[in-house]
Ligand binder design. Structure first.
Ligand code: THU
Length: 133
């Protein structure tokens, strides 16, 4: 588990980047912040396109940002949405993140800033692993 100050910093980063959400089609805003093992935070938001299938979720947006920054080890991810309910990462994002750390701490944040935490592998049992043997 990450420390309370680290957690607060990560939550604030997710709440900051949600303001940049580009979601003209769904109106559903998502902001995400990924904490690397070196203590750096990489943020990302959802980006929607008129060609709908090009849409990228906030979680993968943050992940791509972190990879582009040269980091591949992560401790936690905070995900803020514009919903009053807790919204869980989609299946694609679960798979993308679990490939880097099954024990990733996931922190969900509602519109009213309620939070809930759990471990990623608990929401993606028997996830796909490439086995070339
Ligand atoms: N979205 C995310 O950013 N993360 C998720 O885990 C689920 C969905 C975005 C994609 C799209 O822009 C909007 O939410 C509605 O699906």
């Amino acid at each position: 588990m990450i420390s309370k100050p680290q957690k607060n910093k990560l939550i604030n980063a997710a709440l900051k980047v949600i303001k940049n959400s580009h979601s003209p089609h769904s109106g559903f805003k998502v902001g995400s912040a990924l904490l690397s093992s070196k203590g750096k935070i990489y943020s990302g938001t959802n980006v929607e396109f008129d060609a709908f299938t090009l849409t990228v979720c906030a979680e993968r947006s943050a992940l791509f940002n972190a990879i582009s920054g040269g980091e591949k080890k992560y401790l936690a991810i905070a995900v803020a949405t514009s919903s009053k309910e807790f919204i869980y990462p989609c299946g694609l994002c679960r798979q993308a993140l679990v490939e880097f750390n099954p024990n990733l701490e996931v922190i969900l944040i509602t519109k009213d800033k309620k939070t809930k935490s759990f471990i990623l592998k608990d929401i993606i049992p028997n996830y796909f692993k490439l086995n070339t043997v």
